[in-house]
Design a protein around this ligand. Structure first.
Ligand code: ZN
Length: 315
């Protein structure tokens, strides 16, 4: 059984100041005996000191969202790593960050570790992400996504979120993980909520000016950038022109790779499939060539567009 604590209101306030950037949160459910899952349930009421105290005491476990949609900023960045060699990668990253004057705190986790960076004042999520992705790239630390299945994950997971959206939540530190029924502490402090918070408060905080300087001229590495939306400009059909042009009928949603546009396959779409709008690949250099990766035939695609392929031309 994990140790039970009885933290003061002051300790809960210290926790709030460091970790809470918006009051939306989730509570982790007790482990389901049948499948061992312990999902997080979004709460209707805003987070308060009472819930934070329960979290620190070990009576409930909360998760927190990184981005505040009103500002698109975050109070912290957490790097989650749970692959082979994850802990080594996190300590390597910590060392690299130190060279840039950033103090980061490694925390144990159920399957690897987390590395936390705290902000002096809330920082733009997009800049935080640019900085960490580039630092990881410099070190050769893999970042999940952009073609890689394994690698670190950066919270905030989004550059920005829509009004009313939440983005991704991460289990708040210092509480009890309901899956393993244990606490995962930061490495460099005694294992009580008070000692851990005192250690975190003592870390140097990242300032907006420092982050702006560090990311000057940097972008998110290309593989991780969201595809740029391609505006749909319907073309006026030229009278008498017979050639069918797929780009007159579908809206591309980005690039599949360097050679092909991607779009929703009309035939898949008609059947309510391809919601991610990327089944159809259209050759950029010659849009007469297009193919549905779910296997729809050219005939089916044309029929779905109301432009059936004509049977043998009457030459
Ligand atoms: Zn299709």
């Amino acid at each position: 059984m994990p140790t039970h604590f009885c933290v003061s209101r002051q300790t809960a306030e210290d926790f709030m100041r460091l970790f809470v950037n918006r009051l939306a949160y989730c509570i982790q459910r007790e482990k389901t005996p049948s499948d061992g899952s312990a999902p997080y349930i979004k709460q209707k009421r805003p987070l308060d000191l009472g819930a934070v105290r329960m979290h620190l005491n070990g009576d409930a476990t909360i998760s927190l969202y990184a981005i505040n949609p009103n500002t698109q900023r975050c109070k912290w960045v957490a790097i989650d790593a749970d692959f082979d060699g994850a802990v080594d990668a996190l300590f390597q990253l910590r060392h690299e960050l130190k060279q840039d004057g950033i103090e980061a705190a490694p925390e144990q986790s159920r399957r690897g570790g987390h590395l936390w960076i705290f902000a002096e004042e809330p920082l733009l999520a997009s800049l935080c992400r640019i900085y960490i992705y580039n630092a990881a790239l410099r070190l050769g630390v893999p970042v999940k996504g952009g073609g890689l299945k394994e690698g670190i994950e950066v919270f905030p997971r989004q550059d920005q979120i829509a009004d009313g959206a939440y983005g991704n939540a991460i289990r708040a530190p210092l509480g009890v993980h309901r899956k393993s029924n244990r606490r995962y502490w930061f490495y460099d402090a005694d294992v009580t909520p008070e000692a851990q918070l005192a250690y975190l408060q003592g870390l140097k905080k990242l300032t907006a000016t420092q982050l702006e300087t560090l990311t000057q001229g940097m972008k998110l590495p290309e593989a991780y950038r969201p595809p740029e939306p391609v505006p749909f400009v319907p073309r006026t059909p030229i009278l008498g022109q017979r050639e069918f042009r797929i780009l007159d009928y579908v809206q591309t949603t980005g690039k599949q790779d360097s050679r092909n546009w991607k779009a929703q396959c009309p035939s898949c779409g008609e059947a309510g499939r391809d919601r991610s709008r990327n089944n159809l690949g259209i050759k950029i250099s010659d849009p007469r060539f297009y193919v549905c990766r779910a296997g729809c035939t050219k005939e089916e695609i044309r029929a779905a567009l109301g432009q059936p392929i004509r049977k043998a031309a009457m030459a």
